[in-house]
Design a protein around this ligand. Structure first.
Ligand SMILES: C[S@@+](CC[C@H](N)C(=O)[O-])C[C@H]1O[C@@H](n2cnc3c(N)ncnc32)[C@H](O)[C@@H]1O
Length: 260
């Protein structure tokens, strides 16, 4: 049985971020490349989690701008606000919100949105097109939507390894990990202008069985019934290899209300 609560649990998120520490890419640096932040901007960030990107936004915002950061997990929001220093605290509003509750979303989002941003979270929405439609209705004339997420052969090595151990990976998990971003780009093409996407290949090299295991047990595809089988095969792998390499494939898709 896959562990759905790992999708929101703060400690699972922190463990996965730590588990990706040996990634080749400067993930936050890549996200912010070319991500212009206008003056006096109202930024909405959904699924901000423990704030990896929120903190970078806060540092980059000019006075008068504000980031409204939302997540369903209060412990993650507390972690985020605990990291804000005095200089940027008043630029960040971190609030608990279930973005599947569209009534609550309608009430919580600001009337004018200059940038809607969501990294590795939009697929948790049960109707992402409805959510983005709601955002679109509030985008300023030069407003933008930026969505970051996995795509393509993302996690293929890890999924294949686990499947060989008998772990069942839900079709929906594979969809979110590999194909969901294509649906986002299609939605953007139908509803916005100047759609741009950039991609990166980001190998993560784990140098011990514990690190692979730690990542898996904090993922949404962990299956407690198969821990022994996975541990055994990992030990076998590390008898002949120094690392386990799992490739992440990332996409950043951006679109605007009007042509620049
Ligand atoms: C993989 S984390 C991404 C965190 C952050 N954006 C990052 O890239 O480090 C996904 C986040 O989505 C949040 N989330 C999941 N379901 C949600 C929902 N229904 N409403 C709001 N947030 C949700 C989780 O609590 C978690 O913090």
């Amino acid at each position: 049985m896959a562990e759905k609560q790992n999708a929101t649990r703060r400690d699972a998120l922190l463990a996965r971020i730590e588990g990706n520490a040996s990634q080749a890419l400067d993930f936050v640096g890549w996200i912010f490349q070319g991500l212009d932040i206008p003056d006096n901007a109202n930024i909405v960030e959904c699924c901000c989690g423990t704030g990896k990107q929120t903190l970078e936004f806060a540092r980059r915002l000019t006075p008068g701008s504000r980031i409204h950061a939302f997540d369903i997990e209060q412990k993650s929001l507390d972690y985020l606000t605990g990291q804000l220093d005095e200089a940027v605290r008043d630029r960040v509003e971190a609030r608990r919100l279930d973005f599947n509750d569209f009534e609550a979303v309608t009430a919580a989002f600001p009337d004018r949105i200059d940038l809607f941003f969501c990294s590795y979270g939009l697929y948790y929405n049960k109707d992402f097109a409805r959510l983005l439609g709601l955002v679109r209705d509030r985008l300023s004339e030069t407003g933008r939507i930026t969505v970051v997420g996995p795509y393509g052969r993302n996690n293929d090595e890890l999924f294949s390894f686990l499947q060989a151990c008998g772990v069942g990976i839900d079709d929906y998990i594979v969809y979110t990990a590999q194909r969901f971003m294509a649906d986002v780009v299609n939605w953007m093409s139908d509803n916005l202008k100047d759609v741009r996407s950039t991609t990166e290949r980001n190998p993560v090299a784990w140098d011990s069985a514990d690190k692979v295991f730690g990542y898996w047990e904090n993922s949404t595809f962990h299956d407690p019934a198969l821990r022994d089988a996975v541990a055994e095969r990992l030990a076998e792998h590390f008898r002949t290899h120094d690392t386990f390499i799992n490739c992440k494939y990332l996409m950043k898709a951006t679109a605007t209300m009007i042509l620049p």
